[in-house]
Design a protein around this ligand. Structure first.
Ligand code: PMP
Length: 322
């Protein structure tokens, strides 16, 4: 019993201790970058910073959650050698599972909507993951339903598969409570006043906001989501019309903003040209949301998350629009 408690108290750094040269020990501790150009019109005492999550070895914020869920699975005995990791993912979590699976010796099977970008599918296949392509019209909810029915139809599948279920697994948000949130407090010397993040599984927002509010309940935590169910913000959910993730905690939301796909596309292009930051569309959306918050302030430090890099969306046509 005591041993069990000690084991569950171990966090990612301790589990990977002794593996300081390992790929997986490089997950987290991403740079916090200050925006300069696009923010030039803001009052002098207002600053916007972004966590540069493409610095993670799998290229996105989702390395954090995937690693923590896999380590939690190993600790609890639910994930044992020979089992296949299976989950539903629109892409970045899948890439993280596929990379960690390859590095730690697990097979990975992923259900994802057929319309996920070709780059993502190619990356997943080359990490050795097996892809199950689901109906694009039902989005990630459809992919989730597929995995659930596969596990339900045959009890033996429970022994074959480890299903992290990122939408309902506390190890998802805990990765951000112990990582992202703690890092933001350290990198701003506790001076962060506003935190802005988009909602997908809601793990990033929930875990980070919970950490920041534990430190100081006056820190404002603001979520954003697409303004309609049919949107181009890959990785984000329109909660009103989607299955609400079990880990979502509305009590942490001081304000929720709706962001249009068009404004996110335009901001994504501006971030590359005006700041030298070649980031993905959800990062563009995060910047639109961060500016909306910053414009209401006379003084403050707004921190947001740039989830991944623009390289992951090279075939998207919005890059060519002017
Ligand atoms: N942006 C991108 C590009 C993503 O892939 C995701 C993950 N679905 C998110 C944002 C949202 O992160 P979370 O799942 O932690 O809410």
């Amino acid at each position: 019993m005591a041993l069990k408690m000690i084991e569950t108290a171990l966090d990612q750094e301790e589990i990977l201790a002794g593996e300081s040269n390992s790929l997986l020990s490089r997950i987290g501790n991403t740079p916090l970058i200050r925006l300069h150009s696009i923010t030039a019109e803001l009052p002098k005492k207002v600053a916007i910073y972004a966590k540069a999550e493409w610095f993670n070895p799998g290229g996105s914020v989702k390395d954090r959650a995937a690693l923590n869920m896999i380590l939690a699975g190993e600790r609890s005995g639910q994930l044992t050698p020979g089992k296949t990791i299976i989950d539903a993912t629109s892409g970045n979590t899948g890439i993280a599972y596929a990379m960690i699976g390859a590095a730690r010796g697990y097979n990975v099977q992923l259900a994802l909507p057929k319309n996920a970008s070709p780059e993502r599918k190619k990356i997943l296949e080359n990490y050795g993951a097996e892809l199950i392509l689901t109906d694009p019209m039902s989005g990630t909810d459809g992919a989730q339903a597929y995995v659930k029915s596969l596990l339900a139809e045959n009890p033996a599948n429970r022994d074959r598969y480890f299903y992290p279920d990122q939408y309902n697994n506390p190890a998802n948000w805990e990765a951000h409570f112990n990582g992202t949130g703690r890092e933001i407090l350290a990198q701003t010397n506790g001076r962060v006043t506003h935190f802005v993040a988009g909602l997908g599984t809601t793990g990033t927002f929930t875990g980070t906001a919970r950490r920041l509010k534990t430190f100081d309940e006056n820190i404002k935590t603001i979520s954003f989501q697409p303004d309609s169910p049919y949107h181009g913000l890959e990785g984000m959910k329109h909660l009103e019309t989607a299955v609400v993730p079990g880990i979502y905690d509305p009590a942490l939301v001081d304000e929720n903003l709706e962001i249009t796909t068009e404004s996110a596309f335009e901001m994504t292009r501006r971030l590359a040209r005006e700041e030298g930051l070649f980031v993905g569309v959800s990062a563009g959306a995060a910047m639109v949301a961060a500016i909306k918050v910053a414009q209401t302030l006379e003084e403050g430090i707004v921190v947001t998350i740039f989830c991944d890099s623009g390289y992951r969306y090279l075939s998207d046509r919005f890059w060519d629009e002017k």
